[in-house]
Design a protein around this ligand. Structure first.
Ligand code: ATP
Length: 340
């Protein structure tokens, strides 16, 4: 478990004083992937550097399993940092070392015996599905494979926390999906707390259990991913939902946007809704995803010529809530562009 308590980072003094992180409070439990999203300049990189104590916070605390890392001396910190493994956007591999030798680096640094190192590196490469690439050099690996080597190296010292700083940015969708699957496996098998910092909303949708949105150094919204997606009033939930539905809907009349959790809803709810309202319903966009073991559906419906209160009532009778579209909800509004 990692907790931030009133974490604050200020650069400069006097007129050039900039508060980059302003009293952040959140925790990432063991077995949880907590994503932090935010626009450029929100403070994401600064947060990553403060979490692994590459930079000292100006005030506030970073606690790992109850130990306050921000109070430790440099020497104590070197030991404590082993509990946090970090993966970066650029995998940071040494080009003249094989995959195995890259993974071995932290073990070499700690003075592990060659036999111990060999055994552990073998385990780690197997863990990330690269046993057959031990002798390959970074340039002989794909971007996704290089990132797997980076993950194996981050796990070498058995951390309880994994910090992912834009680790999937720049990867193609297939490699991203495979890294996301690997992170979820690691979360479950090793009970890791994973702090996943990114600007990629699509990836958040695939990977996160919980999400926080950072803006100008503040957490402006946070919650469980499933709850945010179902909350018709959540800006973050709206920004996270698949955009194709909105594109399909633009320009049409009487557009309703519905998000629902599958287990509470009858599969034939759209037909039932049409029968209740006595009008045809156009399905302008729909998608169903499994998110953290829960089926979450999104549907964009065209329902013309019906009093909105009747639509809301009929949806409520089916256990659904919905938003009637208006311009302010469209992702092309500045506000939502900023979120991503
Ligand atoms: N060493 C520094 N001195 C002064 N200001 C800094 C320093 N490092 C970062 N900042 C400022 O802090 C703010 C947040 O920067 P940061 O790099 O953490 O944002 P970010 O969310 O990671 O952005 P991006 O997604 O573009 O990388 C920016 O306004 C930046 O100019």
């Amino acid at each position: 478990m990692i907790s931030l308590e009133k974490l604050t980072k200020v650069y400069g003094r006097g007129d050039s004083r900039t508060v980059v992180l302003d009293g952040l409070d959140f925790s990432v439990a063991s077995g949880e992937i907590f994503a932090v999203v935010g626009p450029s300049g929100a403070g994401k990189s600064t947060l990553a550097h403060c979490v692994n104590l590459l930079e000292r916070p100006t005030s506030g605390a970073v606690l790992v399993n109850g130990e306050n890392l921000s109070r430790l001396s440099e020497k104590q910190l070197r030991v404590a940092r082993r509990s946090i493994g970090t993966i970066f956007q650029a995998d940071g591999l040494f080009s003249r070392r094989t995959a195995a030798a890259n993974v071995a680096l932290p073990l070499d640094y700690l003075g592990a015996t060659p036999a111990e190192t060999k055994r552990r590196v073998g385990e780690l490469l197997e863990r990330v599905g690269l046993s057959d690439k031990a002798s390959s050099y970074p340039h002989q690996l794909s971007g996704g494979q290089r990132q797997r080597v980076g993950i194996a190296r981050a796990l070498a010292l058995r951390p309880s926390i994994l910090l992912s700083d834009e680790a999937t940015s720049g990867l193609d969708p297939e490699s991203t999906a495979s890294i996301v699957d690997l992170l979820k496996e690691l979360r479950d098998d090793l009970d890791l707390s994973i702090l996943f910092i990114t600007h990629e909303m699509d990836t958040v949708l695939q990977v996160a259990d919980s999400v926080a949105r950072l803006d100008h150094g503040h957490i402006v919204e946070s919650g469980a991913l499933v709850d945010l997606l179902r909350d018709a009033d959540s800006d973050l939930g709206r920004a996270l939902r698949p955009r194709r539905d909105w594109e399909a809907a633009s320009g049409a009349d009487g557009i309703w946007f519905v998000s629902y959790e599958g287990r509470h809803v009858r599969p034939d709810w759209v037909s039932l809704l049409g029968a209740e309202l006595g009008v045809p319903i156009s399905i302008l966009g729909a998608s169903i995803e499994r998110i953290n073991g829960v089926t979450v559906g999104h549907a964009t419906l065209g329902i013309g010529g019906v009093d909105p209160a009747r639509v809301t009532g009929a949806l409520a009778a089916l256990g659904l809530t919905a938003t009637l579209d208006d311009a302010a909800l469209r992702p092309e509004s500045d506000e939502l562009e900023d979120v991503a």
